[in-house]
Ligand binder design. Structure first.
Ligand SMILES: [Zn+2]
Length: 351
């Protein structure tokens, strides 16, 4: 028996055990209640605590090793891939997605936006499973978002993704499992790859120096889909990365913390408002609150204003008396002197 066969046989024997122990994605932040010694399991319904809303996922450690063998499992849809360095992982077979209309409906290898869904028809929110026990996640490129390359309007154009500066030739990874919908060269994007994932989400990778996949290829999270570069409308090497759903782009930072590479959620609730080009993850809500307060104060001041139209026989003293104010206050509000001559029809602010 060759060493590889022997290894294969050993792994086959261990598979049921490995299946139980397998944890393809590592979950950070997820608090398991029983890990807390002071925690007591609830005995009544009222004591139930809500589920942790956020379950961040560390990126897959991308293996540089080549696959050496594929093993069957109990399911036709799931196989085990063994790598030369002794690591392994579960993968879904292509059959898994065969019947899935995600990969047939609105499928176009040339058009980056084959969906023609009007804004009114979009749901107010969509719950999107990003990873599960068979679907991994890899950070496409870990780095800092260029402050001038954020999601949103930029110099009168729409910037539908984020820019991550890098060195030319850096490997770029498929973010989730899926099928390559577009792999082409376009004027704006340069070399661009678009992958549609099992949950309907699409990821875009632009300005690549080299594309390593073709339209129709099935990819797994962590597969190298191209190399970073500066092709297309680009002034320096960077990855232009987009996330779209139903053809509408949203800030990828809702999903990924690019500096740490961590996926922020396992299940992501995409709100319709995120699909607006003005919805930026890093929006400063303190500023927004402050300007909302200022707007409200201004509106209140506008509402409190009272005016008087000067009639024949009016004097400043009479107007002040009739409006419960003073001559001095009226003069200040209107920038006039107490000796100023009033004109009939003149509009005076009295409050
Ligand atoms: Zn960009």
């Amino acid at each position: 028996m060759s060493p590889l066969k022997c290894f294969t046989a050993m792994v086959s024997a261990l598979l049921p055990l490995m299946a139980a122990a397998q944890k393809p994605v590592e979950v950070v932040d997820e608090k398991i209640p029983s890990a807390n010694p002071s925690f007591k399991f609830p005995t009544t319904e009222n004591e139930l605590v809500p589920r942790m809303p956020r379950q961040a996922v560390k990126p897959l450690v991308v293996t540089e090793s080549d696959p050496v063998d594929t093993l069957d499992t109990m399911s036709d849809f799931v196989k085990v891939v063994l790598y030369g360095n002794g690591t392994w992982k579960y993968i879904k077979t292509e059959d898994f997605a065969w019947d899935n209309e995600i990969f047939t409906k609105n499928w176009d290898n040339r058009n980056v936006d084959p969906y023609k869904i009007s804004w009114d028809k979009l749901p107010s929110y969509s719950a999107i499973w990003l990873v599960d026990s068979l679907s991994n996640y890899a950070c496409p490129y870990q780095g800092r978002v260029n402050p001038r390359g954020k999601f949103g309007p930029r110099r009168g154009r729409r910037h539908q993704g984020i820019d991550l500066p890098l060195s030319t030739g850096t490997p770029i990874y498929a973010t989730f499992n899926g099928k390559v919908r577009v792999s082409t060269t376009m004027r704006g994007y340069g070399n661009v790859v678009v992958i549609r994932h099992e949950n309907g989400l699409e990821t875009f990778y632009g300005h690549l120096s080299k594309r390593k996949v073709e339209a129709g290829d099935w990819v797994n999270a962590g597969d190298v889909i191209g190399l970073g570069g500066s092709t297309g409308r680009s002034t320096g090497p960077h990855l232009h990365f987009e996330t779209r759903y139903n053809g509408y782009a949203f800030d990828p930072q809702w999903l990924i913390d690019f500096e740490t590479g961590v996926l922020r959620h396992r299940m992501f609730v995409l709100k319709k408002k995120y699909l607006s080009q003005f919805s930026n993850y890093e929006q400063n809500f303190d500023d927004e609150l402050k300007s909302a307060e200022e707007d409200a104060a201004e509106e209140a001041a506008l509402k409190a204003m009272r005016w008087h139209i000067v009639k024949s026989g009016d004097t400043l003293g009479k107007i002040a008396r009739n409006n419960g104010t003073t001559v001095g206050a009226i003069c200040r509000l209107n920038g006039i002197k107490s000796t100023s001559t009033l004109r009939i029809g003149q509009k005076l602010r009295v409050r």
